[in-house]
Design a protein around this ligand. Sequence first.
Ligand code: GLA
Length: 416
Amino acid sequence: MNHINLLNEFVDKFGEGGDIRGYFTPGRVNLIGEYTDFNGGYVFPCGLTMGTYMVARKRADRKLYMYSMNFEKKGVVQSSLDEFVNGLEKNWTMYPKGVMWAFEEKGYPLTYGYDFLVYGNIPNGSGLSSSASLEVLTGIMLKDMNGTKDIDSRNGIDNSDSNDDIHGISLQDIALIGQFAENKYVGVNCGIMDQFAVAMAKKDYAIFLDTNNLSYKYVPLKLGKYKIVIISSNKKRSLADSKYNERRSECEQALALLQTRKKVSCLCDLTVADFNEIQDVIADDILLARAKHVIYENERTKNAVTALEINDIVEFGKLMNESHRSLRDDFEVTGVELDLLVQEAQKCEGVVGSRMTGAGFGGCTVSIVRDDCIDAFIEQVGKTYEEEIGYSADFYVAGVGDGAHKIDIDGVNYVE
Ligand code: GLA
């Protein structure tokens, strides 16, 4: 896809006129801190310059007309604010509709429907949070469209009911509503990392987030002569959702056992030393390995952020490598494709660290690679992957970008 004018595309599908507005939300890559977020631990993601765009206009009725340029064949999908069917929709519209449903559930009723067009350049299902991106994107659109009383009288919309409560919600609230939609409408029991990251991201920074209380700090990604390289395995993540929910329930079972020995509210309340002292309470080897991953990963994440803050990129990379080993052997969420990508990456010159990122079971890896070695890295890892797996991987040198924001559709509406 070359240059696209999103406004033209919108007008082409939905016609001219009215108050048409544009929004953008990035994808994210998690540098370290995997499967810690629903265990009250630390994560360390950053926003990407790749993301999802939306062009929208409020309607005078309660209908929804939704079009995704990524699913052209589906055409314009028609629905309404009175047709929410939790867990039953299985196409891209479940994400925006889930968020609209979640707004209402959380006490922010919506009066009017929307025409909207979506276009994303995050590879779909790659584990770079294309769904969280679309959820938060819908959230900022709803906030913006309902936040002022003078939106658009040209459509015959009476904005005197414009919802001041919606106007007052923060980006963090929108992230939480997005997570609620994913948990209760889409049916994936995810933690808060992805929605928080894509809402709150900041160009050239990563977010060190404590998922226990949502306190966070931005840490500059001063990587010197190194870059973040993302590799998409292009493996279909078909069983990912059910396996994800299974891991979550295993963590809950392990926690219940550990709680009989120590008063804690989540796995990450335990230090590695605490865990080693009481781990014998877990007789089941699988549950023990799951808990071990989470508690050690939490410690690694804290140490990795400290390493980055003192410019010790080599130590940061080592911790990434250990993270992958633990996700492979103890948490068992990698698979041959991700393991091969990481193994080959770690062999390359100029690579300080490499690991899977996101939920796993396919999806992407993230590596820290020295500038002058990136071409050879892509060549070497790409070749071996294709030879052994039978299809190719895609490589992205990551641009670290800002979180959810409004865009000027009269100006910056060209994307590649
Ligand atoms: C997915 C989920 C997140 C998080 C990661 C694993 O991306 O959406 O909440 O649990 O997996 O770290």
